[in-house]
Write a protein of this length. Sequence first.
Length: 381
Amino acid sequence: MPLDDELHFSVLDLIFIWLGLVTFLFDLGTDVWVLAYFFLAGDYFWGGTVLFLIIFCSVVVQLFSWFWLAGDREQLRDRSHPELSPALKCEVGDRVLRLLHGLQLGFLVRYATALELGYRAYKEGNTVVLQYTIYLVSDISMLRLFEIIFESAPQLILMLYIIQLRNQMELHQYFSIVACFLSIAWAHLDFQKSLRRSLRNKMRLGFMSAVSYFVFNLLFICPRIFSIALFASIFKFYVLLHFALIWLSMFIWAWRQGTDFMNSYPEEVFYRGTVAVILYFTWLNIAEGKTSIRQIIYHSFMAVDCGILVGFWWLYKDPVLTTSYMLPLVIAISSSYLLGLIVKCMYYKYLHPTVTTEYSLTDETDSLQEDGFRSTCESRP
Protein backbone atom coordinates (compact mmCIF):
# COMPACT_ATOMS: atom_id res chain seq x y z
CA MET A 1 0.00 0.00 0.00
CA PRO A 2 1.56 3.28 -0.96
CA LEU A 3 2.34 5.70 1.76
CA ASP A 4 0.11 8.38 0.24
CA ASP A 5 -2.95 6.26 1.00
CA GLU A 6 -2.04 6.27 4.69
CA LEU A 7 -1.06 9.89 5.20
CA HIS A 8 -2.77 11.07 8.36
CA PHE A 9 -1.77 12.07 11.85
CA SER A 10 -4.04 11.14 14.73
CA VAL A 11 -4.30 12.06 18.38
CA LEU A 12 -2.75 8.67 19.15
CA ASP A 13 0.31 9.56 17.07
CA LEU A 14 0.66 12.79 19.03
CA ILE A 15 0.28 10.93 22.33
CA PHE A 16 3.06 8.54 21.32
CA ILE A 17 5.43 11.47 20.72
CA TRP A 18 4.58 12.75 24.20
CA LEU A 19 5.12 9.28 25.65
CA GLY A 20 8.48 9.09 23.89
CA LEU A 21 9.50 12.38 25.47
CA VAL A 22 8.25 11.25 28.90
CA THR A 23 10.15 7.95 28.70
CA PHE A 24 13.28 9.80 27.60
CA LEU A 25 13.04 12.10 30.62
CA PHE A 26 12.22 9.10 32.84
CA ASP A 27 15.36 7.32 31.60
CA LEU A 28 17.34 10.45 32.35
CA GLY A 29 15.92 10.55 35.88
CA THR A 30 16.70 6.85 36.32
CA ASP A 31 20.31 7.47 35.28
CA VAL A 32 20.61 10.22 37.89
CA TRP A 33 19.11 7.91 40.52
CA VAL A 34 21.56 5.09 39.68
CA LEU A 35 24.49 7.50 39.84
CA ALA A 36 23.32 8.84 43.20
CA TYR A 37 22.88 5.28 44.50
CA PHE A 38 26.47 4.33 43.65
CA PHE A 39 28.14 7.53 44.81
CA LEU A 40 26.18 7.78 48.07
CA ALA A 41 27.06 4.13 48.79
CA GLY A 42 30.73 4.94 48.24
CA ASP A 43 30.98 2.82 45.07
CA TYR A 44 32.89 5.48 43.16
CA PHE A 45 34.33 3.06 40.61
CA TRP A 46 30.93 1.72 39.55
CA GLY A 47 29.41 5.18 39.70
CA GLY A 48 32.18 6.52 37.49
CA THR A 49 31.70 3.65 35.05
CA VAL A 50 27.97 4.37 34.75
CA LEU A 51 28.67 8.09 34.35
CA PHE A 52 31.13 7.37 31.54
CA LEU A 53 28.57 5.18 29.75
CA ILE A 54 25.89 7.87 30.05
CA ILE A 55 28.15 10.63 28.73
CA PHE A 56 29.55 8.47 25.92
CA CYS A 57 26.06 7.42 24.84
CA SER A 58 24.80 11.01 24.89
CA VAL A 59 27.73 12.25 22.80
CA VAL A 60 27.16 9.54 20.16
CA VAL A 61 23.45 10.33 19.90
CA GLN A 62 24.03 14.11 19.73
CA LEU A 63 26.65 13.66 17.00
CA PHE A 64 24.28 11.63 14.85
CA SER A 65 21.47 14.09 15.47
CA TRP A 66 23.66 17.00 14.38
CA PHE A 67 25.10 15.18 11.36
CA TRP A 68 21.60 14.40 10.10
CA LEU A 69 20.20 17.87 10.74
CA ALA A 70 23.16 19.62 9.11
CA GLY A 71 23.21 17.23 6.16
CA ASP A 72 19.46 17.47 5.56
CA ARG A 73 19.50 21.26 5.64
CA GLU A 74 22.41 21.43 3.24
CA GLN A 75 20.85 18.99 0.77
CA LEU A 76 17.51 20.75 0.84
CA ARG A 77 19.25 24.04 0.10
CA ASP A 78 21.30 22.48 -2.69
CA ARG A 79 18.16 21.03 -4.28
CA SER A 80 16.40 24.40 -4.00
CA HIS A 81 13.48 22.88 -2.08
CA PRO A 82 13.10 25.10 1.00
CA GLU A 83 9.32 24.64 0.79
CA LEU A 84 9.79 20.99 1.78
CA SER A 85 10.92 22.03 5.25
CA PRO A 86 7.94 23.66 7.00
CA ALA A 87 8.49 26.88 8.93
CA LEU A 88 8.67 26.57 12.70
CA LYS A 89 7.54 29.07 15.29
CA CYS A 90 10.91 28.82 17.02
CA GLU A 91 13.22 28.41 14.04
CA VAL A 92 16.91 28.52 15.00
CA GLY A 93 20.03 28.80 12.91
CA ASP A 94 22.83 26.31 12.42
CA ARG A 95 25.06 27.93 15.04
CA VAL A 96 22.39 27.73 17.73
CA LEU A 97 21.61 24.14 16.79
CA ARG A 98 25.29 23.25 16.95
CA LEU A 99 25.53 24.85 20.40
CA LEU A 100 22.42 23.01 21.64
CA HIS A 101 23.85 19.70 20.46
CA GLY A 102 27.13 20.52 22.14
CA LEU A 103 25.19 21.07 25.36
CA GLN A 104 23.59 17.62 24.84
CA LEU A 105 20.17 19.18 24.21
CA GLY A 106 19.79 18.28 20.55
CA PHE A 107 17.53 15.31 21.28
CA LEU A 108 15.12 17.51 23.24
CA VAL A 109 15.09 20.00 20.35
CA ARG A 110 14.03 17.18 18.03
CA TYR A 111 11.20 16.19 20.37
CA ALA A 112 10.03 19.80 20.68
CA THR A 113 10.03 20.17 16.88
CA ALA A 114 8.16 16.88 16.42
CA LEU A 115 5.52 17.93 18.96
CA GLU A 116 4.96 21.29 17.27
CA LEU A 117 4.74 19.84 13.78
CA GLY A 118 2.73 16.85 14.98
CA TYR A 119 0.10 19.14 16.45
CA ARG A 120 0.00 21.17 13.23
CA ALA A 121 -0.25 18.00 11.14
CA TYR A 122 -3.18 16.85 13.26
CA LYS A 123 -5.01 20.20 13.14
CA GLU A 124 -4.20 21.31 9.58
CA GLY A 125 -3.72 18.05 7.67
CA ASN A 126 -1.01 19.74 5.60
CA THR A 127 0.85 17.13 3.51
CA VAL A 128 4.25 18.82 3.74
CA VAL A 129 3.98 19.20 7.52
CA LEU A 130 2.78 15.62 7.85
CA GLN A 131 5.60 14.17 5.73
CA TYR A 132 8.21 16.16 7.63
CA THR A 133 6.71 15.07 10.96
CA ILE A 134 6.86 11.40 9.95
CA TYR A 135 10.47 11.94 8.89
CA LEU A 136 11.33 13.52 12.26
CA VAL A 137 9.64 10.72 14.23
CA SER A 138 11.57 8.13 12.22
CA ASP A 139 14.86 9.86 13.04
CA ILE A 140 13.93 10.11 16.72
CA SER A 141 13.14 6.38 16.79
CA MET A 142 16.53 5.50 15.35
CA LEU A 143 18.32 7.83 17.76
CA ARG A 144 16.42 6.24 20.64
CA LEU A 145 17.47 2.80 19.39
CA PHE A 146 21.11 3.92 19.40
CA GLU A 147 20.75 5.50 22.83
CA ILE A 148 19.04 2.56 24.50
CA ILE A 149 21.43 -0.06 23.14
CA PHE A 150 24.54 2.01 23.89
CA GLU A 151 23.35 2.77 27.40
CA SER A 152 21.06 -0.04 28.56
CA ALA A 153 23.03 -3.03 27.23
CA PRO A 154 26.33 -2.13 28.98
CA GLN A 155 24.45 -1.14 32.14
CA LEU A 156 22.67 -4.49 32.15
CA ILE A 157 25.99 -6.31 31.91
CA LEU A 158 27.36 -4.13 34.70
CA MET A 159 24.37 -4.78 36.96
CA LEU A 160 24.51 -8.53 36.39
CA TYR A 161 28.27 -8.50 36.99
CA ILE A 162 27.85 -6.67 40.31
CA ILE A 163 25.07 -9.04 41.38
CA GLN A 164 27.33 -12.04 40.74
CA LEU A 165 30.26 -10.33 42.43
CA ARG A 166 28.27 -9.65 45.60
CA ASN A 167 26.15 -12.80 45.32
CA GLN A 168 23.03 -10.89 46.27
CA MET A 169 20.25 -9.09 44.47
CA GLU A 170 18.08 -6.26 45.75
CA LEU A 171 14.45 -5.73 44.78
CA HIS A 172 15.05 -2.57 42.76
CA GLN A 173 17.61 -4.43 40.66
CA TYR A 174 14.95 -6.91 39.53
CA PHE A 175 12.81 -4.06 38.21
CA SER A 176 15.78 -2.27 36.62
CA ILE A 177 16.93 -5.40 34.77
CA VAL A 178 13.46 -6.24 33.48
CA ALA A 179 12.87 -2.62 32.43
CA CYS A 180 16.17 -2.50 30.53
CA PHE A 181 15.46 -5.71 28.61
CA LEU A 182 11.97 -4.55 27.73
CA SER A 183 13.21 -1.10 26.65
CA ILE A 184 15.71 -2.62 24.20
CA ALA A 185 13.07 -4.85 22.61
CA TRP A 186 10.59 -1.98 22.50
CA ALA A 187 13.16 0.34 20.86
CA HIS A 188 13.59 -2.23 18.08
CA LEU A 189 9.83 -2.40 17.55
CA ASP A 190 9.32 1.36 17.71
CA PHE A 191 12.09 1.93 15.18
CA GLN A 192 10.65 -0.66 12.79
CA LYS A 193 7.11 0.77 13.02
CA SER A 194 8.32 4.35 12.44
CA LEU A 195 10.55 3.19 9.62
CA ARG A 196 7.77 1.40 7.76
CA ARG A 197 5.49 4.39 8.07
CA SER A 198 8.12 6.64 6.48
CA LEU A 199 8.57 4.46 3.37
CA ARG A 200 6.27 4.51 0.37
CA ASN A 201 6.53 0.83 -0.53
CA LYS A 202 6.42 -0.69 2.95
CA MET A 203 3.38 -2.10 4.70
CA ARG A 204 2.87 -1.34 8.37
CA LEU A 205 3.22 -3.99 11.02
CA GLY A 206 -0.06 -5.51 12.16
CA PHE A 207 -0.75 -6.26 15.81
CA MET A 208 0.42 -9.87 15.73
CA SER A 209 3.42 -8.93 13.60
CA ALA A 210 4.40 -6.27 16.13
CA VAL A 211 3.97 -8.68 19.06
CA SER A 212 6.14 -11.36 17.44
CA TYR A 213 8.74 -8.78 16.42
CA PHE A 214 8.95 -7.56 20.01
CA VAL A 215 9.09 -11.10 21.40
CA PHE A 216 11.92 -12.44 19.25
CA ASN A 217 14.05 -9.34 19.85
CA LEU A 218 13.51 -9.82 23.59
CA LEU A 219 14.36 -13.52 23.35
CA PHE A 220 17.61 -12.73 21.50
CA ILE A 221 18.87 -9.88 23.67
CA CYS A 222 18.39 -11.73 26.99
CA PRO A 223 20.80 -14.65 26.32
CA ARG A 224 23.31 -12.31 24.68
CA ILE A 225 23.50 -10.02 27.71
CA PHE A 226 23.57 -12.89 30.22
CA SER A 227 26.31 -14.70 28.29
CA ILE A 228 28.55 -11.63 28.30
CA ALA A 229 27.81 -10.94 31.98
CA LEU A 230 28.65 -14.52 32.99
CA PHE A 231 31.92 -14.41 31.08
CA ALA A 232 32.76 -11.00 32.59
CA SER A 233 32.22 -12.35 36.11
CA ILE A 234 35.19 -14.70 35.62
CA PHE A 235 37.29 -12.93 32.99
CA LYS A 236 36.65 -9.26 33.74
CA PHE A 237 39.57 -8.02 31.64
CA TYR A 238 39.27 -10.52 28.81
CA VAL A 239 35.69 -9.36 28.19
CA LEU A 240 37.18 -6.11 26.88
CA LEU A 241 39.34 -8.09 24.47
CA HIS A 242 36.26 -10.08 23.46
CA PHE A 243 34.36 -6.86 22.76
CA ALA A 244 37.26 -5.45 20.71
CA LEU A 245 37.54 -8.59 18.56
CA ILE A 246 33.80 -8.92 17.92
CA TRP A 247 33.47 -5.17 17.32
CA LEU A 248 36.26 -5.32 14.75
CA SER A 249 34.57 -8.27 13.04
CA MET A 250 31.26 -6.42 12.89
CA PHE A 251 32.97 -3.24 11.68
CA ILE A 252 34.50 -5.21 8.79
CA TRP A 253 31.07 -6.80 8.21
CA ALA A 254 29.50 -3.34 7.91
CA TRP A 255 32.36 -2.13 5.70
CA ARG A 256 32.02 -5.11 3.36
CA GLN A 257 28.30 -4.43 2.94
CA GLY A 258 29.11 -0.99 1.54
CA THR A 259 26.79 1.08 3.69
CA ASP A 260 25.92 4.50 2.30
CA PHE A 261 24.05 6.09 5.17
CA MET A 262 25.79 9.37 5.94
CA ASN A 263 26.67 12.51 4.00
CA SER A 264 30.46 12.23 4.10
CA TYR A 265 33.11 9.52 4.30
CA PRO A 266 34.28 10.32 7.88
CA GLU A 267 30.66 10.28 9.04
CA GLU A 268 30.14 6.97 7.25
CA VAL A 269 33.12 5.45 9.07
CA PHE A 270 31.67 6.71 12.35
CA TYR A 271 28.30 5.17 11.45
CA ARG A 272 29.90 1.80 10.65
CA GLY A 273 31.72 1.86 13.98
CA THR A 274 28.46 2.65 15.75
CA VAL A 275 26.45 -0.14 14.12
CA ALA A 276 29.33 -2.51 14.90
CA VAL A 277 28.66 -1.80 18.59
CA ILE A 278 24.95 -2.48 18.08
CA LEU A 279 25.71 -5.71 16.20
CA TYR A 280 27.82 -6.83 19.15
CA PHE A 281 24.57 -7.03 21.08
CA THR A 282 21.76 -7.48 18.58
CA TRP A 283 20.86 -7.72 14.90
CA LEU A 284 20.42 -4.61 12.76
CA ASN A 285 20.03 -4.63 9.00
CA ILE A 286 22.28 -2.03 7.38
CA ALA A 287 22.40 -2.68 3.63
CA GLU A 288 20.32 -3.32 0.55
CA GLY A 289 19.31 -6.77 -0.62
CA LYS A 290 17.60 -9.80 0.85
CA THR A 291 18.76 -10.41 4.39
CA SER A 292 18.13 -14.15 4.81
CA ILE A 293 21.72 -15.26 4.28
CA ARG A 294 23.13 -12.41 6.35
CA GLN A 295 20.80 -13.21 9.24
CA ILE A 296 21.67 -16.91 9.13
CA ILE A 297 25.38 -16.04 9.26
CA TYR A 298 24.88 -13.49 12.04
CA HIS A 299 22.69 -15.63 14.29
CA SER A 300 24.91 -18.67 13.78
CA PHE A 301 27.93 -16.58 14.74
CA MET A 302 26.15 -15.18 17.80
CA ALA A 303 24.98 -18.62 18.91
CA VAL A 304 28.52 -20.01 18.74
CA ASP A 305 29.94 -16.94 20.48
CA CYS A 306 27.38 -17.10 23.30
CA GLY A 307 28.07 -20.83 23.67
CA ILE A 308 31.82 -20.17 24.00
CA LEU A 309 31.26 -17.43 26.60
CA VAL A 310 28.93 -19.59 28.69
CA GLY A 311 31.25 -22.59 28.24
CA PHE A 312 34.26 -20.74 29.66
CA TRP A 313 32.14 -19.50 32.56
CA TRP A 314 30.97 -23.06 33.26
CA LEU A 315 34.55 -24.36 33.33
CA TYR A 316 35.89 -21.70 35.71
CA LYS A 317 32.84 -20.78 37.83
CA ASP A 318 32.75 -21.16 41.60
CA PRO A 319 30.73 -24.40 42.09
CA VAL A 320 29.66 -23.40 45.59
CA LEU A 321 28.41 -19.89 44.86
CA THR A 322 26.71 -20.83 41.59
CA THR A 323 25.23 -24.22 42.49
CA SER A 324 21.71 -22.83 43.03
CA TYR A 325 21.34 -21.25 39.60
CA MET A 326 24.06 -22.50 37.20
CA LEU A 327 22.09 -25.28 35.47
CA PRO A 328 18.72 -23.44 35.24
CA LEU A 329 20.52 -20.37 33.91
CA VAL A 330 22.35 -22.27 31.17
CA ILE A 331 19.09 -23.99 30.16
CA ALA A 332 17.28 -20.64 30.13
CA ILE A 333 19.97 -19.01 27.95
CA SER A 334 19.92 -21.86 25.43
CA SER A 335 16.14 -22.10 25.38
CA SER A 336 15.70 -18.36 24.96
CA TYR A 337 17.97 -18.19 21.93
CA LEU A 338 16.40 -21.26 20.33
CA LEU A 339 12.88 -19.96 20.97
CA GLY A 340 13.91 -16.60 19.50
CA LEU A 341 14.98 -18.34 16.30
CA ILE A 342 11.67 -20.21 16.14
CA VAL A 343 9.58 -17.07 16.67
CA LYS A 344 11.64 -15.14 14.12
CA CYS A 345 11.19 -17.89 11.51
CA MET A 346 7.43 -17.90 12.16
CA TYR A 347 7.39 -14.10 11.82
CA TYR A 348 8.99 -14.22 8.38
CA LYS A 349 6.92 -17.21 7.28
CA TYR A 350 3.49 -16.09 8.43
CA LEU A 351 3.46 -12.58 9.92
CA HIS A 352 5.87 -10.41 7.94
CA PRO A 353 3.96 -7.60 6.11
CA THR A 354 5.31 -8.73 2.72
CA VAL A 355 3.61 -12.10 3.11
CA THR A 356 0.20 -10.59 2.34
CA THR A 357 1.13 -7.80 -0.06
CA GLU A 358 2.57 -7.46 -3.52
CA TYR A 359 4.79 -4.58 -2.47
CA SER A 360 8.14 -5.51 -1.44
CA LEU A 361 11.08 -5.85 -2.17
CA THR A 362 14.61 -5.15 -1.29
CA ASP A 363 16.12 -3.18 1.51
CA GLU A 364 16.80 0.47 0.91
CA THR A 365 19.56 2.55 2.37
CA ASP A 366 19.26 6.03 3.81
CA SER A 367 19.01 8.69 1.13
CA LEU A 368 17.27 11.93 0.33
CA GLN A 369 14.04 10.76 -1.28
CA GLU A 370 12.12 12.39 -4.10
CA ASP A 371 10.06 14.40 -1.63
CA GLY A 372 13.20 15.96 -0.21
CA PHE A 373 13.32 14.02 3.03
CA ARG A 374 15.98 11.51 4.07
CA SER A 375 14.30 8.24 4.96
CA THR A 376 15.89 5.72 7.23
CA CYS A 377 15.33 2.63 5.15
CA GLU A 378 15.39 -1.01 5.99
CA SER A 379 13.39 -4.00 4.82
CA ARG A 380 12.89 -7.40 6.39
CA PRO A 381 14.88 -6.33 9.51
